[in-house]
Ligand binder design. Structure first.
Ligand SMILES: Cc1cc2nc3c(=O)[nH]c(=O)nc-3n(C[C@H](O)[C@H](O)[C@H](O)COP(=O)(O)OP(=O)(O)OC[C@H]3O[C@@H](n4cnc5c(N)ncnc54)[C@H](O)[C@@H]3O)c2cc1C
Length: 545
């Protein structure tokens, strides 16, 4: 699957504006002057390699740098990425008295919380208690594993649900508030059986606004050193493979080694690196919504130290969206109302063969998503006729005004209109014969009052009177499913299961599949990112000066 060595570097990496290695130097670090990078492995990863013992003594070009960096500062913990998982790691480690360095490639903290919906889930929360909801970590675990078809990592899921409630209560104790009526059973994904799902008025930003003052206080206190616009480009390992530091680079290309007793990779997934995303998931990144700095450096760093990647096979698309064009990653033109409880479908859905591939009013969003995942190119067409268009009380694209929607049939590449079904198929790129056969069997079942071939219940009118219309939808995602394999204490592991000493990972760096499985399990990304960060800082990381 990792078939394109050297092709993961993105040419569209954002260029942070605020270089600060000067600041780091003022804070006691010595900017690195010598460079001894070497190409490493099949992925063209630049790796600084430190040799131990006598062999190391011969490596004169690197030793002076090592000594100067080590002499300057030895951090207890280096956190790579000041986002959803990295911020709580630093906050809690600093509370325990650790000397923490946090670096982030972006000029600001917070990472994906700037765009995440921030929906989180946990049991035993103050929000549940306020509503008299009885819940347990066991029930949360059972719900999660049901929703993700038993595909999430059971050990990591257990750890996440056991501590999720405390994470939410910690946020609440620091001012986090949720929307009226929350916690709820669900919201866009498969429902829980107990209301334990909530989010703030500003989604992920609500969470950030709670953590930011705590983080800033730790920086002001001096426990946390923050280096923004500073990206980790390499891990430093000793002769036994233990991680002992991080090589960083600012946007002016200046490098600096930072030495630490623990290194935590919380630099997100690869959702802003289409090539890496495709290599790891075997499917195109159809839209790019991820935080632009998350170009997969987490994965490269972990691989370079001996770790391995898992979870790409768990990829599952969100149900279709209208893309602006076929130049992946494409812009999203509009969403698509496919929830039959909110809008029972009048239209039929077909794939490129013209075949209906699912029951359009299937109440399970997970089944709808997996059905789409199996279609060629993750494409589907919503097909309807004039009567459906005129009589359906609401459109399946409710965010577009009717005029805009109708205009699109003359101008938008995803929209097609024709007088006959055959012509519609040709225009839309759907096999016309397959389409005709699907429509015929759909109509025949309605006419004869027999069961729909796909088991659909809501079918108010047949699809019979032209003009005919088709709108193409494509599967998409907002998360990286693949990530670094870790053990039950979040240590990055090699393929033989052995941990890489001193190296930890959390957040999307460990892959969404680890905690969300092959589904969009409610809150199973943000909550474990926060929770694992908290647990790392609070107790998992160990150090001795
Ligand atoms: C639109 C959207 C909606 C979502 N909604 C939900 C939801 O409702 N519920 C849910 O559970 N999940 C949701 N998710 C997923 C969830 O938000 C993310 O999985 C989670 O926030 C990722 O946290 P993280 O700490 O791994 O990454 P981030 O929060 O992105 O932090 C990573 C940080 O690392 C930095 N970084 C990157 N590379 C480097 C480097 N080389 N060196 C130093 N720093 C680096 C980045 O700048 C960034 O600040 C959503 C995602 C998106 C995009």
């Amino acid at each position: 699957m990792l078939s394109k060595p050297g092709m993961w570097q993105t040419s569209s990496q954002p260029s942070p504006q605020v270089p600060n290695l000067d600041t780091a130097a003022r804070d006691g670090e010595v900017p690195m002057t010598a460079s001894s990078d070497e190409k490493f492995g099949t992925f063209n990863i630049s790796k600084r390699h430190f040799l131990g013992g006598l062999a190391g003594a011969a490596a004169t070009s690197v030793l002076p740098v090592w000594r100067r960096a080590e002499a300057a500062t030895m951090y207890d913990i280096i956190v790579i990425g000041a986002g959803t998982a990295g911020m709580p790691t630093a906050i809690f480690a600093a509370e325990r008295g650790a000397k923490v360095l946090v670096i982030d490639k972006a000029p600001i903290t917070g990472g994906t919380l700037d765009r995440s919906t921030g929906q989180i889930a946990g049991s035993g929360t103050v929000f549940q208690k306020a509503k008299g909801i009885v819940d347990s970590a066991d029930a949360h675990y059972a719900d999660n594993m049901r929703i993700n078809n038993g595909t999430a990592d059971p050990v990591l899921t257990r750890m996440f649900v056991d501590h999720a409630g405390d994470t939410i209560n910690w946020l609440a104790a620091n001012g986090y508030t949720v929307r009226d009526g929350h916690p709820v059973l669900g919201g866009g994904h498969e429902d829980f059986t107990t209301p334990r799902y909530q989010w703030g008025m500003e989604g992920g930003k609500t969470i950030y606004k709670v953590m930011e003052p705590l983080f800033t206080a730790a920086v002001k206190k001096g426990n946390v050193t923050l280096a923004l616009s500073t990206g980790a480009v390499d891990l430093i390992q000793d002769g036994k493979g233990a991680v002992v530091g991080v090589t960083c680079e600012d946007d002016a290309g200046r490098k600096q080694d930072f030495m630490g007793r623990n290194v935590v990779i919380t630099a997100g997934g690869c959702g802003a690196n289409p090539r890496m995303f495709q290599d790891l998931h075997g499917t195109a990144l159809t839209t790019q919504i991820a935080y632009p700095y998350n170009v997969g450096q987490s994965i490269l760093l972990g691989l370079s130290a001996g770790g391995y990647v898992r979870g790409g096979d768990l990829y599952n698309p969100l149900f279709g969206t209208v893309l602006a064009d076929d130049n992946f990653p494409s812009e999203q033109a509009s969403g698509f109302m496919s929830n039959p409880e909110r809008r029972p479908p009048w239209e039929i859905y077909v794939n490129s063969h013209g075949e209906r591939f699912m029951r359009e009013d299937d109440p399970s969003v997970d089944r709808r998503e997996h059905a789409l995942a199996r279609q060629p190119g993750m494409r589907m067409w919503v097909v309807f006729d004039q009567e459906m268009l005129s009589k359906a009380p609401t459109s399946f694209m409710p965010r577009w005004k009717k005029e805009k929607f109708m205009d699109a049939f003359g101008s938008h590449p995803m929209f097609a209109k024709a007088d006959s079904l055959h012509a519609l198929g040709v225009k839309a790129g759907v096999d016309p014969q397959g389409l005709a056969a699907s429509v015929a069997s759909f109509n025949a079942a309605i006419a004869s009052g027999t069961t729909d071939p796909k088991g659909r219940a809501h079918r108010p009118v047949p699809l019979a009177k032209g003009p005919f219309y088709a709108v193409r939808m494509t599967g998409w995602t907002v998360i990286t499913f693949a990530g670094l394999a870790v053990d039950g204490t979040l240590r990055v592991i090699r393929s033989d299961g052995s941990p890489i000493p001193n190296l930890f990972a959390a957040g999307e760096a460990i892959g969404g599949g680890a905690t969300s499985g092959n589904a969009y399990t409610n809150g199973a990304m943000v909550t474990p990112a926060l929770t694992f960060g908290r647990l790392l800082g609070q107790k998992m990381l160990k150090w001795k000066a």
